[in-house]
Each structure stands twice: as C-alpha cells, then as structure tokens.
Design a protein around this ligand. Structure first.
Ligand code: ADP
Length: 271
C-alpha cells in the first residue's frame, strides 16, 4: 500500500499549535502500547502535556483488557499525559473531553459528522445506516489521596484503513478513508485534536463540566441498552435515560428502577 500522509517526528512536531499540550512530543514507528509506554515515561518524570504518537502498536489496548487493532501507518494512535489536581470522580471528564475533541477534530478536517457512543467510542454514519465505530478513547489513571495523580488519555482513530484491513470487532468498524472516499492527513487531524483538547482541558480545569456538549453527541440516550457486568447475573437491560455530571449512564429497568452505570466496569449493547 502506498503510504499517504506519513507520520514522523518532524510531522508530529510541525502539527503542534498548542501552548502546552503535546510538548514534549515523542514519535515511535512502533511501540507495545502508547498508553503503557507513556506510563513508563510518566514514572520517569515526564511533564504534563507529554504526547506519544505511534505508527503501530504490537499490543494496542481497549477497555477491560480488550485489544485495539490497527494496521501499520493507517491510524492516529496517540497518548497524552495529564497530572490534574482534580478530585478522583472527575477522571471521567478526561474521557468526555477527549471524545469531544476527537469528534470536533474529525469534523473540522473532514466535514464528517461524528457522534459518541457511551462511554468512549467515536461513531459515524447512523443517519444513513448502522452506526460504525471509527475510534475510541482509553483512560489509564492513578489516584492519590482522593485526587487524580497521573492520567493517560489514549486515542485511536481509524484514519486511512482500507475496508479489507478493518479489524474484526463487536460493533461494525469504519475509517475516515471509507466514509469519505479519500485519505485524510494524519498530521492535520493530530493538530486539530490537540488544539480542541487543549481548549476543553482548560475549561474542565476551571471547573466547567463538559457534560452538556458531550451528551448532545451521545447516540445512547433514549435507547434500550443491555449493560453487561463482570458476571451475567450483574447484567441490566433498560432504557438509557440520561447521564450524570460524571458521565455515568442512568438506565431505567422494566421494574422502574434507575441504575447508575459507571464507565469503568460496564460494556454496552444497544438494541
Ligand atoms: P467497547 O466499545 O466495548 O467499549 P473498547 O472501546 O474497549 O470497546 O475497544 C475495544 C474493542 O473495539 C475491541 O474488543 C474490538 O471489538 C473493537 N476494535 C478493536 N480495534 C478496533 C478498530 N481499529 N476500530 C474499531 N473497532 C475496533
């Protein structure tokens, strides 16, 4: 495959228009997992704002020990390090602002309308067919004394993956290339993502909840969902009615009981 819009250390550095987010920036042709390698850099003292971009992950991760698969040179795979002095329960705001920033970046660069599937997926196309997953966010966080200590926000976006190389996945996958019919510049997408995310982070850091904007893009509300817990006995079916300020999903079951579902331990099927 001819490589379109290659990523390199120079391309990543040229993409930085932000004041502090993405500085310093590291580029790897290959790593095990951008979240895991950035965690190692964090332990070695890397500052808030550090960015790690990879062209390929040998052990890319999803939530709950699932895998994130992406062919070499086709995707935007990056992790960002934050050291927020935020109360622990605000950790979910990072997932919310990353989803918003990624959605806005895709929209800015391609014109495609991006929606969010609770809690951490970027989806395309529901107006014309089934919703398809084009990206995901993964937060790895550590806490100390009820506060967030180190937060690593990983993002995987299927940019230029041809249809035949899309991975097997529970929700049908797609890429920007497929949705648009032409390849998309990964450096441009990265630049836009960092710019949007820096703005959202500043707002969240000042205490402004991202919930209203985030909820506007959620495809999950008003629909019947099955939330699978760690055991089948812990599964809940009901209508997703709303979210709370921390991004938890409020699901009303057939008996009228309202359940608060936190993102960390739930997997969602939408009927
Ligand atoms: P969930 O959507 O259940 O929260 P995650 O966000 O943790 O799952 O992402 C992992 C899951 O996403 C995998 O189990 C697989 O079904 C799917 N997947 C893996 N790689 C990709 C990809 N490049 N594009 C779309 N879906 C993917």
């Amino acid at each position: 495959m001819t490589e379109t819009y290659p990523l390199s250390a120079a391309a990543v550095n040229a993409a930085l228009t932000t004041a502090w987010l993405g500085r310093p920036a590291y580029f790897r042709a290959e790593t095990h997992s951008t979240n895991d390698e950035l965690h190692e850099l964090a332990l070695a003292g890397a500052p808030a704002g550090t960015l790690l971009v990879a062209d390929y992950q040998t052990q890319g991760k999803g939530r709950l020990n699932r895998r994130w698969e992406a062919p070499r040179n086709t995707s935007l795979l990056c992790s960002l390090l934050f050291r927020p002095s935020w109360p622990a329960e605000r950790a979910s705001w990072l997932v919310m602002i990353a989803g918003l920033a990624a959605a806005k970046a895709i929209q800015t660069v391609t014109g495609l309308k991006v929606a969010l599937k609770w809690p951490n997926d970027l989806v395309l196309g529901g107006e014309t067919g089934p919703w398809r997953k084009v990206g995901g966010i993964l937060l790895s966080a550590t806490f100390s004394n009820g506060q967030l200590a180190v937060a690593i926000l990983g993002t995987g976006i299927n940019v230029n993956i041809p249809g035949e190389l899309l991975p097997q996945a529970t929700m049908p996958p797609t890429s920007l290339l497929l949705a648009l019919g032409r390849p998309v510049s990964r450096p441009d997408l990265l630049a836009s993502y960092l710019a949007h995310l820096e703005d959202h982070y500043q707002a969240a850091d000042s205490g402004h909840s991202p919930r209203a904007q985030w909820q506007d893009r959620l495809i999950t509300l008003g629909r019947t969902v099955t939330v699978r817990g760690s055991e089948p006995a812990h599964s809940i079916s009901g209508v997703a009615e709303a979210t709370d300020d921390w991004g938890s999903l409020l699901v009303r079951d057939a008996a009228g009981r309202l359940h608060t579902i936190t993102a960390g331990d739930a997997s969602l099927r939408t009927d």
